[in-house]
Design a protein around this ligand. Sequence first.
Ligand code: NDP
Length: 419
Amino acid sequence: MARVLIIGCGGVASVAIHKCCQNSEVFEEIMIASRTVSKCDALKEKLEGKTKTKISTAKVDADKVEEVVALIKEFKPDAVLNLALPYQDLTIMDACVECKVPYIDTANYEAEDTNDPKWRAVYEKRCKELGFSAYFDYSWQWAYMDRFKQAGITGILGTGFDPGVTSVFTAYALKHYFDEIHTIDILDCNGGDHGYPFATNFNPEINLREVSAPGSYWEDGHWVEIPAMSIKREYDFEGVGMKDMYLLHHEEIESLAKNIPGVKRIRFFMTFGQSYLTHMKCLENVGMLSTVPIEFQGQQIVPIQFLKALLPDPASLGPRTVGKTNIGCIYTGVKDGKEKCIYIYNVCDHQECYKEVESQAISYTTGVPAMIGTMMVVTGLWNRPGVYTVEEFDPDPYMEALNKWGLPWKVVENPVLVD
Ligand code: NDP
């Protein structure tokens, strides 16, 4: 039924592509295009013969709008699913506008070079105006609203798990359980153990930049920023047990604050073990998390990119990771004049994911919603010219698809709250 161009062929893309191939009725034909075409070819070879989906591959540098445009013109997809890095969001969106093709991604735009003076001026103005200092925010992509409307195309921002499913959970809670939601606590727990002293579960550069940044939350109409890892709580997660979790800045807080009327507070917590935190602090202290190039033996190197080369490839963690993830949201609010509280979450098992698609649960919980978000667009269920985050659409078909495609969820009334 649909032809989809998938850009990127890393951990998340590999799961999304497996899931598209399980869903051949919708994904009749896909093209996998990435910087390193050999990875695309290897995946194609693995999947061909086991799926009715027709697969082709191509090499593309998605930093170059003209290369993406040329590929879109050649393949003529019904939608482009961007599973490269957040650095490529804007160039791929530009190409989609030019070719009038819908756009879907899982992470909001982040500048690769945070020392670029042009980017820095906009960033510093935004830090002052909005009050949070993360390198990523939605303003860059929301600025495409009119261009997407004029082109008559839908843009879906952030259909991974968080952001993504957590925002769909919120739309679902608002539709079926609340008249008004007052507080949202997003809890992201990874109880998996890969046996390495230190490794990241997805792209190390993106992951370490996110985790080492100051935390922030939304309260009473404004951002409150705190030093990195300075708010810690404990929570007892189903399938995992008691874990320490830390308040982080996270992108869906920004869109939910805008789209959930009457919300008073939104926080995001992620679990980390002590070993991860100690390694990260040490690497940060010696400058290994820096994105500023340094001169080394006559060559320019970016410390965090060098570190990435040393760390285990997230895609290689699959076979050795055991345990579960538990990601969801706790909502408080009112329904029919009465106070109410619910928790919606998914528990996912690393080894089960590996058995199914040869990936650990972090890539799985992102890749499955990426396929589902794309399915919503190409089947016409979510079709609205402009640029939107997932909570702005009807959550019901997406929630149904989560149950069908491997991420079943639960609603629990009156859960234990986070202090
Ligand atoms: P990986 O690093 O594993 O994969 C990234 C892929 O993009 C690689 O195939 C890489 O190619 C390709 N790529 C990078 N630059 C370019 C370029 N200029 N042109 C073409 N291809 C390029 O990352 P992940 O799979 O872990 O993450 C993918 C996305 O998912 C990221 O944006 C990440 O932020 C997001 N994410 C979202 C989550 C959510 O819940 N919403 C959770 C986890 C991740 P090469 O092989 O040559 O390096």
